[in-house]
Design a protein around this ligand. Structure first.
Ligand SMILES: NC(=O)C1=CN([C@@H]2O[C@H](COP(=O)(O)OP(=O)(O)OC[C@H]3O[C@@H](n4cnc5c(N)ncnc54)[C@H](O)[C@@H]3O)[C@@H](O)[C@H]2O)[C@@H](O)CC1
Ligand SMILES: [K+]
Length: 215
């Protein structure tokens, strides 16, 4: 069953109000995404994984993935596209502050796209269901960088620049090898399998009762 982006936000909010907090959803989302990625690439040990994260909760999922992948022995670099004090949500801030205590993960922030390694995998946690309008900087340059780099590309929830409701694209968008979306498929995503690559919808622990009155 496919759902709308509005329904997803309503289910998320209702689950949160039931006590299944958004930070738990984010944790499960990041963990489920890492499981799918590892199924594909096999051993993460010593792989160079570059994770682009935006300032919203799509980025937060990417921050969770960074912590899990470090646990699997990957060499993880996180590029936060903006200033850490501009991270928008409590749950993303919480995950950033954990990474600040983890020397096993290299943290970068701002708008630089200079990396002193060649990534084996890029994770696109730039934009998800919160996308509006044409892509602004520094996200636009990061999306171009991803598209110009030859490696395996993994989209968190939706390839950035693809509208998960309509299936329409903004001026710039990522083209990925795998996309893992959360809870249930959003209507617009499967319309662009050419951008999502292999596509999965993973449960993230939201109680089915959170759907009551919404679906
Ligand atoms: N809905 C849910 O149940 C869950 C959502 N999660 C994640 O949260 C994401 C949604 O998070 P948010 O609502 O914070 O939204 P996003 O993280 O998609 O991004 C919203 C932010 O990006 C900026 N932005 C929007 N359009 C832009 C554009 N065209 N150019 C540049 N910047 C732009 C806005 O300033 C906004 O703050 C989902 O895609 C998913 O990855 C997960 O944490 C798990 C639970
Ligand atoms: K994304």
């Amino acid at each position: 069953m496919e759902i709308t982006v509005d329904q997803m936000y309503n289910i998320e909010n209702k689950g949160h109000d039931m006590g299944f907090l958004k930070k738990f959803m984010m944790e499960n989302a990041g963990a489920a995404a890492v499981r799918r990625l590892l199924e594909k690439i096999g051993n993460a040990e010593s792989k160079n994984i570059l994770i682009f994260v935006g300032l919203g909760n799509n980025g937060g999922d990417g921050l969770v993935m960074a912590r899990h992948l470090a646990g699997y022995g990957a060499k993880v670099t996180v590029m936060l596209l903006g200033s850490p004090d501009k991270i928008k949500t409590e749950e993303s801030n919480w995950n950033w502050s954990i990474l600040e205590k983890m020397p096993s993960v290299k943290l970068m922030s701002g708008d630089s796209l200079e990396f002193n390694f060649k990534p084996d995998v890029i994770i696109d946690g730039i934009l998800g269901t919160g996308i509006t309008g044409e892509i602004r900087e520094p996200y636009a340059s990061a999306i171009n960088y991803i598209n110009e780099t030859d490696c395996y590309k993994f989209a968190v929830d939706v390839p950035s620049g693809l509208d998960p409701q309509t299936g329409e694209t903004a001026n710039i968008f990522t083209k990925c090898n795998m996309t893992v979306t959360f809870h249930k498929m959003k209507e617009g995503i499967p319309k662009r399998k050419d951008l999502t690559g292999e596509l999965y919808a993973e449960k993230i622990g939201i109680p089915p009762e959170a759907e009551e009155g919404i679906l």
